[in-house]
Ligand binder design. Structure first.
Ligand code: ADP
Ligand code: MG
Ligand code: ZN
Length: 481
């Protein structure tokens, strides 16, 4: 068999930190970046005699996430203890949900190819603390430090079915998941800060087979790029084994970012290893149908809904709608522009082109738009009224961002008004004609395209301020008379 006769199966387990101010089972702060071990108490340090109390807001956000992902919310679910030893887990167990999770049976739709990736379950759990090992080489660290600030931070885990068939589909699933949770205001889903963490399960099997292959689990994936690379590497590795007549061993593997290979971390734990049992400190989690309805009714508008609003109500191309919904801040910015009277496609062009271009070049994240919608809309009015040219507007946009001034002030201060009065334009046009006799000859001989060159010369002489439409008319007029 050759390589292209194998197919990949990928199932993802994604952990996401919820946007609560306090932890899952105590009232310590969840703030990121505080000095180590300052947000701790007997509950999240696992001291004997302390008792957990669930955080209502965390449950609300988890239910909201479940509904946003088309899951069925189970009105009765249960907290279990997942037992294992690790220095950053002071209780010796993590409170999680095992066989009765908060929600089951959802899906996410991806675009290429258009298909549904099923979500098996979504459950609530608590985060562990954070270990830091001295030096770069974990195996050679002379000591380790533990910070319990993260211990007890509310998490949801979202487990997909193994429905993805390529690293690219996995990337789309993750991007869509991230976007949905961001718009639902459930989490800030930042891979870099660890508020979104991804484990991949991947197997290969001969194409056409209906028996799944033996999966490996990949850990330490700190970006979508790493996910794609690790999955591609793993596909080659597993196919290589099968080609040699060897077997894939079920194990947990670590992605080595610098060497770009996966390496064995440990044999795969099975659920038996964790000795799950119901947490006797916590009652069952019982939700009323009214509570779930209230969460459903207060759901923020989700990306798919916004995309169809932009496409169907505003007539935007699907491509534009997708770009504009890449962050809630961006969609809000665009909505505000339209609300202030901007023509949707015009606003979209300026946002996708010049604004995002500027932000990308300066490394400004999509949720921190450095411009007021009002300023952009005022600038569009100046273009429409013929006060400034579209070309000059590009410079004005940058100046608005960098000085915070409104466009009228910039135009006035820098004398950028477009020259539209015919007399002034005619004078410049005459000069350009006089300076370029050979081009004029060509045009008269029928090479109409050369007119563009003369228009360009007029723009150059006026430093971009001439009204190009008028220049065109005057030029044609003078050349034919
Ligand atoms: P558990 O972790 O409870 O034992 P599974 O191992 O069945 O449950 O599933 C864990 C994750 O592994 C899920 O995301 C699932 O989609 C994925 N998975 C299960 N079987 C395969 C497979 N053969 N290939 C790829 N992924 C798989
Ligand atoms: Mg698992
Ligand atoms: Zn605490």
């Amino acid at each position: 068999m050759t390589r292209h006769e194998y197919e990949m199966m990928i199932g993802l387990e994604v952990h996401v930190e919820l946007l609560t101010r306090t932890k899952m089972f105590c009232r310590c702060s969840t703030r990121f970046g505080d000095p180590p071990n300052t947000n701790v108490c007997p509950v999240c340090l696992g001291l004997p005699g302390s008792l957990p109390r669930p955080n209502r807001e965390a449950v609300r956000l988890a239910v909201r996430a479940a509904l946003a992902l088309n899951c069925q919310v189970n009105l009765s679910s249960r907290f279990d203890r997942k037992n294992y030893f690790y220095p950053d887990l002071p209780k010796g167990y993590q409170i999680s949900q095992y066989d009765e999770p908060l929600a089951t049976g959802g899906y996410i739709e991806i675009e290429e190819p258009r298909k549904r990736i099923r979500i098996r379950r979504l459950h609530i759990e608590e985060d562990a603390g954070k270990s830091m090992h001295a030096g770069d080489d974990i195996t050679a660290a002379s000591y380790s430090l533990v910070d319990f600030n993260r211990s007890g931070v509310p998490l949801i885990e979202i487990v997909s079915e193994p429905d993805m068939r390529s690293p690219e589909e996995a990337r789309q699933y993750l991007e869509k998941l991230q976007r949905i949770l961001q718009f639902a205001r459930v989490s800030d889903v930042k891979m870099e800060e660890g508020s979104m963490r991804v484990d991949c399960n991947v197997s290969v099997r001969p194409k056409g087979s209906d028996v799944p292959g033996v999966p490996c689990e990949l850990k330490n994936l700190s970006s979508f790029r790493a996910v794609v690379k690790a999955l591609s590497y793993e596909f080659e590795r597993q196919v290589g084994l099968l080609e040699k007549g060897e077997k894939v061993v079920r194990e947990t593997r670590h992605w080595d970012e610098s060497k770009e290979v996966t390496a064995v971390l440990r044999a795969k734990e099975t659920s038996e290893d964790y000795r799950y049992f119901p947490d006797p400190d916590l009652p069952r989690l019982e939700l009323s149908p009214e509570f779930v309805d209230e969460v459903r009714n207060s759901m923020p508008e989700l990306p798919d809904q916004i995309v169809s609003r932009y496409v169907e109500n505003m007539g935007l191309p699907r491509y534009d709608a997708n770009v504009l919904t890449s962050s809630p801040a961006l969609a809000e910015f665009f909505d505000k522009c339209v609300e202030l009277g901007a023509e949707p496609k015009t606003a979209s062009n300026w946002i996708m082109g010049d604004l995002l271009g500027y932000m990308k070049a300066k490394g400004i994240p999509y949720e921190k738009i450095p411009l007021e919608p009002r300023s952009l809309v005022e600038m569009l009015v100046l273009i429409k009224d013929g006060v400034i040219s579209g070309k000059i507007a590009k410079d004005i946009l940058v100046k608005m961002i960098e000085t915070g001034k409104d466009p009228r002030t910039i135009v006035k201060e820098e004398g950028l008004e477009q020259i539209s009065d015919e007399e002034s334009l005619a004078r410049v046009v005459e000069q350009v004609i006089a300076n370029n006799p050979s081009v004029v000859e060509e045009i008269k001989a029928g090479k109409e395209k050369a007119i563009a060159f003369l228009v360009g010369q007029v723009m150059k002489m006026t430093k971009g301020k001439a009204n190009p439409a008028k220049v065109n008319i005057i030029l044609k007029d003078k050349l034919t008379s």
